[in-house]
Design a binder for this molecule. Structure first.
Ligand code: PMM
Length: 344
């Protein structure tokens, strides 16, 4: 974590309700698709999608991300009118319930109609590369814009995984996207960056991106992380098969079959906690409750560590040295500040 990347300081234009949350935000996924890898088909009917979105809000989602086109590896395109028919009624209903909605689309026309229907954020997994007109539309709309690292559509992305240095390459490609977007009239304050975990990135390539979030933070914009239920987590948690070694050898993948998407939710929450600790602005997840808890734990942890580092060691130890003195001073402080009286 570094000063260049801190969720608590990040401002995204157009979301006054969410500024100053003092923690990483949680975006709940509402896929109105019959074929997403993670929850394909479950929320395909508009009424079920809306009910699901409201449930995610109840679990602590700050934003609901509504998408009508699956981006699972190998997926083909959905015609634009079908995408519109899927997302518009759901966006309209969720916005009418007061939700802050984002639309997950690579199409400028869908972004435009979605914002007219009440969406407040455009989440574009192509970062404007799929359709260059997206930049002008987003500039015109003036809404927050999530620009994800992307190299090609889902049917070809698995063949686009060559990197010299995945962290530097993704950072540089996103920097180039930022320049192009700003050049097309998008205000930098609208932009949120996303490393695009799992998009043109095979299993282990995702870990350095997570471990070096500060490299993306160095571009000066908030960062969104979408690790939820992705393949690299399935591989990490792969069940050992009888007779095989327990891991794939480097601790980043297990031996045997990847666990199915739903069995990746606890690992997703762990990534949310660590991303929040590293200063991510937002995590995009399917199972909201655990990540909503995780980002709050990370925020409380960070605040407590700032409390301690802001005071001199001398005042904490009252001139005494060693763990005993520090512990006594910390316990004393519990009776007279806002932590609730008892150290427990
Ligand atoms: N991943 C998916 C879809 N949309 N948007 C952003 N910004 N970042 C992501 O990582 C991302 C995304 C694929 O997951 P899904 O099919 O389960 O929604």
């Amino acid at each position: 974590m570094g000063a260049t990347m801190d969720a608590r300081d990040a401002e995204v234009a157009g979301l006054p309700e969410l500024s100053g949350a003092g923690r990483t935000l949680v975006m709940g996924v509402v896929n109105v698709t019959p074929d997403s890898f993670s929850d394909g088909g479950e929320w395909f009917e508009p009424d079920t999608a809306v009910a699901h979105g409201l449930e995610l809000l109840g679990e602590g989602a700050d934003v609901l991300d509504v998408g009508g086109e699956s981006t699972r590896p190998g997926a083909g395109r959905v015609p634009q009118d079908q995408e519109l028919a899927r997302v518009l009624p759901v966006i309209e209903a969720l916005a009418a319930h007061g939700a802050i909605v984002s639309v997950d689309t690579t199409r400028p026309a869908v972004a435009e109609r979605a914002v007219a229907a009440g969406a407040r954020i455009v989440n574009d997994v192509s970062g404007g590369l799929a359709e260059p007109a997206m930049a002008h539309v987003v500039a015109e709309l003036g809404v927050p814009y999530v620009a994800m690292h992307w190299r090609g559509h889902s049917d070809v992305m698995d063949g686009l995984e060559k990197y010299d240095d995945v962290v530097a390459d993704v950072r540089d490609e996103l920097a180039a996207r930022m320049d192009a977007l700003v050049g097309a009239g998008v205000d930098a304050a609208q932009i949120v960056l996303d490393p695009g975990l799992g998009f043109a990135k095979a299993g282990v390539l995702n870990w350095p991106l997570l471990a070096h979030l500060d490299a993306l933070g160095s571009l000066g914009r908030p960062v969104l992380i979408g690790a939820s239920r992705k393949r690299f987590l399935g591989h990490l948690l792969a069940r050992p098969v009888p007779g095989a070694s327990a891991t794939g050898g480097d601790g980043r993948s297990g031996a045997g079959e990847p666990v199915p998407p739903r069995a990746r939710d606890d690992a997703t929450a762990a990534v949310s906690a660590l991303s929040a600790a590293a200063g991510a602005w937002c995590v995009r997840v399917h199972a909201v409750r655990a990540s909503a808890d995780a980002v709050r734990v990370a925020a409380a942890w960070a605040r407590a560590s700032e409390d301690v580092t802001d005071k001199s060691v001398d005042s904490l130890t009252d001139g005494r040295t060693g763990v005993g003195g520090l512990a006594r001073t910390w316990q004393d402080s519990q009776t007279c500040d806002d932590h609730g009286g008892s150290p427990r």
